[in-house]
Every structure is written in structure tokens, then in C-alpha cells.
Design a protein around this ligand. Structure first.
Ligand code: IFM
Length: 462
């Protein structure tokens, strides 16, 4: 019986996602160079509990066990990321064959078990030498990124068909260079906007590099986006919502999907930057057609106007755009404190579809929630809140497809509990529990639920 079918299209793909620094560990092995997250997490006070990715889930050594879990789960695809400093320890120059050999083994192991790899090329672990030379603030980093992507594609392109250039440039730029919450932990105004631009330029240059080498590669970018609404119809709240939309979505979706910067960018950030980092031709590169858009969705943004606080340029690119997010006191929240709103995913997909006539097919490249999971006396980890969250979000995807949005697949975040960046290991997103003392993997009840969903879907459509 297809009781878990959920109304998704017949050829819909199911997957799980992870990222290199969050799971691999082995940070000093096989010639890997340091990344900005090594530096940041080893700086006192930057991460909860001083946690680092030094060991993480030890996936570097346990990848075969993790691939077996995925095969058992029945996923069609696994979204992994490559650590740039493993492939090119200095961020430029020669490749490190031992780093590439690891990804070679991983890709082969996946294919042997019938799981298609989808490779993210940048999930935040910038080689530290490149940050020392200016990081994403400078154009050269975008060019170095394209070179590294050329190396990665040459090594794996014969077996990897789906490539995601950059993951969540909002986080790498705004959290990395404006709020300072993520590596490299800087608080700047212009630098953060330049970083956002160079990440998108890097995406475009990398996509070109892959296309030049292969006609059949599917190339896209992953953006973390939110449906944005005002809490009231009053002009102040509506204008506040426009500014929120600018920062969380349009700064990224307009260049990539329409080859332009939104007009509000100039008026909002004119006091912070003269846009000298935007060179003729950049938008044609960043906005060149892509094969798919990756969308990461966690929660919506509901906004009301708030006073502008300061003229501090860093604030002006981050948390002082004259608005604040409102979450009802009775709303369900995840262990991250994020409100739960599954229909927000349908609204977001509709917004993309209605706003961008050239919207390519979409993959939900991340969705999931953190829960306060515990191992019960019987050894099980029961996580009904996560099961409900995943089911409702998958239903929202089905609703969006029924409304005409071309969504091709869904990757649950995450396969494993892992290093949740500034939150360290305290926040658990996995459908597999990781005991960090022993590195034992314990599939949670959500794993079994997802396994049934995937199995029922495959049976129903075969
Ligand atoms: O863990 C992160 C991931 O690396 C990027 N997207 C959001 C997830 C949950 O915060």
C-alpha cells in the first residue's frame, strides 16, 4: 500500500544532505589545509562549548558505514560537499591527490550502492590562506574558486552528474562578514556586500568551467530563502518587509535568476558602498542560465517595522535594516528556536515561480529540524516532532507541484547529527543519531519513517 505516498510526482527524487566540515573530521589528515572554520572554531568564544569540527562524525574514516546507512534508507541521491582545503590545501596551486582520492572512494561507494552523488563545491570551508588574502571580499577568490572547481570536476565529473556550486551565499557573506556569527567572524558593511557579490560571481565562473568541460553535467546553486510577509498592512510594516525580502532573498535571487540587482539595493546600501566591486559583465556571468535552483527552507520571515538604530555600516548590512522578525508566543519552535511553518515552503516556491519567469526546475536541497533527541533506555531515539515536520514539508512540496512549480526532489537535512556551526554539537538535525563519544550511529524513528516514505513512493511508481 502506498500510504506514505504524499502526492509527490512519480519521478520525484528523495535524498539526504550533509556538508564536509560538519561531518568529516580528520582535519589534519592526508594533506588537508586549514579552513576558516578551523580557525574560527578554535578561537575562544566563537562556538558553543568551544566545539570544533576536528573529529565531527569521523565520516572521513567511517564513510562506508554511512553509505550503507543511505543504501538501507533507500535514497536516490546523496548531497555531499567537497572540502576545498582537502582538494587544494592552499586554495590555489596543485591539487592534493590524497584528498581527491577520498572523494573518489566515496563517490564509487555511493554508486556501487545505487545512490547518485550530488556534489556541493562550497559549503563554507574556505581555505584559510585565501581568507588571509582578502577572502570573499576580493574578486580573486571567485577566480580561485573556479580553478578549484575545474580540478574537482576533472577528478569526479565522469561519475557525478549534479553539481551545486555554492551553498547559501547569504550565510557566507552576511553571517560571515556582517554579523560575525560565522567564520571568518568579521563585522563589516561593504565587505559583506562585496562577499555576497563575489560568491555569486564565483558561482557563475564555476558553472562556466563545468559547462566547458561537460555537456551533460547539471549545474545549479543553492540559496537559503524565506517567504517574507508583513505583520500588518500599514505602510511602515510593508516597507520593512520589502527590506527584509531584499536581504534574505532578492540580493541573491535577482542576480542569479534575473541577472540584475534589485533597485532597492542601491537606495538601501548607497550609504555603505559605492558598488565598485560590481564590474561590467559580472551579472551576465552570475545570471547565466542554470539547470536547477537548490532551495533550502527552514522557516518564514514575518516582519514588522522597527527603528533604525545606528549608522554603523556592519549593522546596515545585517540586523539594522529597520525591521524585526515576529514569532507568536504560542507558535511551535524547533530546538534552534525557529518557528515551524510547513506551508511557508509552498508559499516560498510559489513566490519563486511567480516572480521569476525563467525559474529552472527546483530541488529542495535542505529541509529539516533540530530536536532535543535522547537515546531511550531501550536504545531507541524517538523523534515524532521531526517526523511530523518532514511529512508536512513534503506535503507542502506536493502542494506546490500541484500549483505548477517544477520541484524535482527533496534532500532531508541531515543524514547525521553533526557540527551545527556556531551552535556546535548541541543541536541535532540528523535522522541518524550520533553518539560523539563512541561514534555509534543510531537510526532515529524519523529514519524508519523516511525509509517507508521512499519505499512506498518507489513501489507505487514502479
Ligand atoms: O547545518 C546547516 C547547513 O550547513 C546549512 N543550512 C542550514 C543547516 C541548519 O542550520
Amino acid at each position: 500500500m502506498d500510504q506514505h505516498r504524499l502526492g509527490l510526482p512519480a519521478d520525484f527524487e528523495f535524498g539526504v544532505a550533509t556538508a564536509s566540515y560538519q561531518i568529516e573530521g580528520a582535519v589534519h589528515e592526508d594533506g588537508r589545509g586549514p579552513s576558516i572554520w578551523d580557525t574560527f572554531s578554535h578561537t575562544p568564544g566563537r562556538t558553543a562549548n568551544g566545539d570544533t569540527g576536528d573529529e565531527a562524525c569521523d565520516h572521513y574514516h567511517r564513510y562506508a558505514e554511512d553509505v550503507a546507512l543511505m543504501a538501507d534508507l533507500g535514497v536516490d541521491s546523496y548531497r555531499l560537499s567537497l572540502a576545498w582545503p582537502r582538494v587544494q590545501p592552499d586554495g590555489k596551486g596543485p591539487a592534493e591527490p590524497r584528498g581527491l582520492a577520498f572523494y573518489d572512494r566515496l563517490v564509487d561507494a555511493l554508486l556501487e550502492r545505487g545512490v547518485q552523488p550530488a556534489v556541493t563545491l562550497y559549503h563554507w570551508d574556505l581555505p584559510q590562506p585565501l581568507e588571509d588574502a582578502g577572502g570573499w571580499r576580493v574578486r580573486d577568490t571567485a577566480e580561485r574558486f573556479a580553478d578549484y572547481v575545474g580540478i574537482a570536476h576533472e577528478a569526479l565529473g565522469d561519475r557525478v552528474g549534479r553539481w551545486i556550486t555554492v551553498n547559501e551565499p547569504f550565510c557566507s557573506s552576511i553571517l560571515g562578514y556582517a554579523t560575525g556569527r560565522h567564520a571568518p567572524g568579521s563585522r563589516e558593511g561593504e565587505g559583506a556586500l562585496a562577499a555576497a557579490h563575489h560568491l555569486l560571481l564565483g558561482h557563475g565562473l564555476a558553472a562556466q568551467r563545468i559547462r566547458d568541460a561537460s555537456e551533460r553535467a547539471q549545474v545549479g546553486i543553492t540559496l537559503n530563502l524565506q517567504p517574507v510577509s508583513a505583520v500588518s498592512d500599514c505602510p511602515q510594516d510593508r516597507e520593512a518587509a520589502d527590506r527584509a525580502l531584499l536581504l534574505s532573498n532578492l540580493l541573491f535571487t535577482d542576480p542569479v535568476l534575473a541577472g540584475r540587482y534589485p533597485p532597492l539595493a542601491r537606495s538601501t546600501w548607497g550609504p555603505v558602498t559605492d558598488f565598485a566591486w560590481l564590474t561590467d559583465g559580472d551579472l551576465a556571468i552570475a545570471g547565466a542560465p542554470i539547470d536547477f535552483l537548490g532551495v533550502n527552507y527552514y522557516f518564514p520571515s514575518r516582519v514588522r517595522a522597527a527603528p533604525f538604530r545606528e549608522a554603523d555600516p556592519a549593522l546596515r548590512t545585517a540586523d539594522d535594516l529597520g525591521y524585526e522578525d515576529v514569532v507568536g508566543s504560542d507558535e511551535e519552535r524547533t530546538a534552534m528556536g525557529w518557528p515551524v511553518d510547513a506551508d511557508g515552503l509552498r508559499r516560498l516556491l510559489r513566490w519563486l515561480h511567480d516572480t521569476y519567469p525563467q525559474l529552472p526546475p527546483v530541488y529542495i536541497t535542505e529541509n529539516g529540524r533540530a530536536c532535543d533527541d535522547v537515546v531511550a533506555a531501550n536504545g531507541h531515539v524517538h523523534d515524532p516532532d521531526r517526523m511530523r515536520y518532514l511529512e508536512n514539508h513534503l506535503r507542502a512540496v506536493a502542494d506546490a507541484t500541484a500549483e505548477g512549480v517544477d520541484v524535482r526532489g527533496y534532500y532531508c537535512w541531515s543524514l547525521l547529527d553533526n557540527f551545527e556551526w556556531a551552535e556546535g554539537y548541541a543541536k541535532r538535525f540528523g535522522i541518524v543519531y550520533v553518539d560523539y563519544e563512541t561514534q555509534q550511529r543510531i537510526p532515529k524513528s524519523s529514519f524508519e519513517w523516511y525509509q517507508r516514505v521512499i519505499g512506498d513512493h518507489h513501489r507505487a511508481v514502479s
